[in-house]
Design a protein around this ligand. Sequence first.
Ligand SMILES: *Cc1c(COP(=O)(O)O)cnc(C)c1O
Length: 436
Amino acid sequence: MGTVGAALNDSRSAALFARASAVIPGGVNSPVRAMRAIGRAPLFIERAAGAEIVDVDGNRYTDYVCSWGALIAGHAEPSVVEAVRTAASLGTSYGAPTAGEVELAEEVSRRMPAAEMLRMTSSGTEAAMAAVRIARAHTGRDIVIKFAGAYHGHSDGLLAQAGSGLATQGLPASPGIPAATAATTIVVPWNDRDALVTATERGDIAAIIAEPLPANMGLIPPADGFLELLRERADGARALLIFDEVISGFRVGRAGAGERAGVRADLLVLGKILGGGLPAAAVAGPRHLLELLAPSGAVYQAGTLSGNPLAVAAGRATLALLDEGAYGRLERTTERLGAGLLKEAGGRPVSVVWRPGLLTVFFATEAPRDLGEVQQADLGAYGAWCRELLARGVYAPPSQFEAWFPSLAHDDDHVDRTLAAAAGAFAALEPGGNGS
Ligand SMILES: *Cc1c(COP(=O)(O)O)cnc(C)c1O
């Protein structure tokens, strides 16, 4: 088995994709799902449990996307499903406050010292927008510094890309974004100390926003001292430091990547795990900043389904599973997977970067330090390898620019099967290799 472009019966997915493409742009409700980056059409999923998903053709995969990191406990985790079922039976949304929201906020606050208060939203995009708005209101300034390759949702200002020259105003990263809005963002290469210093020399900066453990260009940890430099430069510029922990929050440990590194941000953006697989996110921080939000303050922010009882129930049930033992298991699983993938890659020009709970397999000899270096990776080989993995029952993120998310439901068997599939997929990439 397993020739190049190994056979995967996906006829039902293909038929659904044809129908979807007539009524949904590109056939998907979020672009990366389309699998274009790995040169194939999307697989339509029918069901999932634990570490495994099953597509509409009945193919079964060990899943490392896990809803892009939202499912740290795996799919359909029984206590999470039960919590959602119970909540749903009591009504799905009231547009009025509930006890569950208070308990979730208290639990987040216990885990994250920087999260004295939090305001919930339905998506990370909205939470990041709210964080920037708070920072602008607090400082009375407009400029936000972000890093190339970081993702903070799809709001206009945060979808900026670097202009020519360092530390200049950003350009729209998408048609439809006003140049004037993109120009309020300065885009700096990740891990570039000099560029950050230059960018923070101006006097009109409201905030520096960063993923303290960037995972939206593949996993590219901060260089030694870089998070500390962010803190120092934000303080020096009298700007706020915003850590977007939508992925890293509750994943790399009980709190997030900032606390793990010993660097505390002024504002946190949370999401994904916070909603346990349902739509929930939040902006968090100290009282004096969060109380700028209406109705305690004048900064407007709202949401019909914010703090939705089902999402809150799923989030609370998920956090309840995340004790020290769980983090120890997840770290061990990630370590076995990361070290195993590196070993299976053999002498190929592949590097594997991991931190507890997430990893990226880069088709590059050295681990990239910024977006530019990821763009130099062999994207074609990554795509071919991913297609081979799918044919061998492993659902890896269908893009070099994303991370793998092992969950608490991934056991040693899943990892062993994944490593065997990876070995076959690597072999299939060789000229004439059949990977059997
Ligand atoms: C996913 C993500 C977001 C956006 O969250 P949505 O819920 O998709 O809007 C923001 N920041 C980071 C770091 C993310 O990974």
